[in-house]
Design a protein around this ligand. Structure first.
Ligand code: KIV
Length: 271
């Protein structure tokens, strides 16, 4: 459910149908009401309330510090805006890794308090017990393999993952296991395009890529990156659709000048 309690068009079932029909899936991150409303209008299929909020909203270096309370706050703001897209909320670092009972409690809290549609969890076999438990409660789970930013301190780098055969084989095994467990979709981040293609062909569930090439079933980008609000981050996979950093900067500079020069407000802008 969403605004005014209307049932939304995009469901996990519809996503499966889209994969079967070869319709590409467009997913984007959002963290607040105003942008979620615009994204909804644009016809996006899935909104991810990503833990990348830790980076683009809060200015942290990694996604590790964000809390469940903060994720719920962002998810609630997004949910007040959406009519059509499926809304998936990232389970933050520490809320599901160590203990599968705690994982269920975290997922239930996120679903109850945000009223979103699903959660996303990073990792494969190492978090399978948590994923199984969450799924057993009826909460839809989206998997996430390849570059998993919550494990950045283990990897030590944001470089492309699974270039070597061993790691690629492990990723394939995890992808198959996630589908078998009952995940409704899978995100693949920063892996070779041919590996993305192979996984998408092997799985019946939709595979959404970010830096996983063009042969997967859909794409996801971080909103602030694709809008060009951030300009200090330029991985090869990122297409910028606007330069909102410069537009915002120009607007702020003009405003400062107008105030300082006494040009704002003018006669018609006062009571
Ligand atoms: O948090 C996020 O934005 C994500 C995407 C990169 C898929 O997990």
């Amino acid at each position: 459910m969403s605004v005014q309690g209307e049932a939304r068009v995009l469901t996990t079932r519809r996503l499966l149908e889209m994969k079967q029909k070869g319709e590409k899936i467009a997913m984007i991150t959002a963290y607040d009401y105003t942008f979620a409303k615009i994204v909804d209008k644009a016809g996006i299929d899935i909104i991810l309330v990503g833990d990348s909020a830790a980076n683009v909203m809060a200015g942290h270096e990694t996604t590790i510090p964000i809390t469940i309370d903060q994720m719920i706050y962002h998810a609630q703001s997004v949910m007040r805006a959406v009519k059509n897209p499926l809304v998936v909320v990232d389970m933050p670092f520490g809320s599901y890794q160590g203990n599968s009972r705690e994982a269920v409690s975290s997922a239930i809290r996120i679903m109850k308090e945000s009223e979103a549609d699903a959660v996303k969890v990073e990792g494969g076999s190492e978090v399978m017990e948590s994923i199984n438990r969450i799924l057993s409660t009826g909460i839809p789970v989206m998997g996430h393999l390849g570059l998993t930013p919550q494990s950045i301190h283990k990897f030590g780098t944001y470089a492309v993952r699974a270039r070597e055969e061993d790691e690629a084989n492990r990723l394939i095994e995890d992808a198959v296991a996630l589908e078998k467990a009952g995940c409704f979709a899978l995100v693949l981040e920063k892996i070779p395009a041919m590996l993305g293609k192979k996984v998408a062909q092997m799985l019946k569930i939709p595979v959404i890529g970010i830096g996983a090439g063009k042969y997967v079933d859909g794409q996801v980008l971080v909103m602030h990156d694709m809008l060009g609000l951030t300009n200090d981050f330029s991985p090869r996979f990122l297409r910028r659709y606007a330069n909102m950093h410069d537009e915002a900067l120009n607007a702020f500079e003009s405003y400062v000048n107008d105030v300082k020069n006494g040009d704002f407000p003018n006669e018609s802008e006062q009571y």
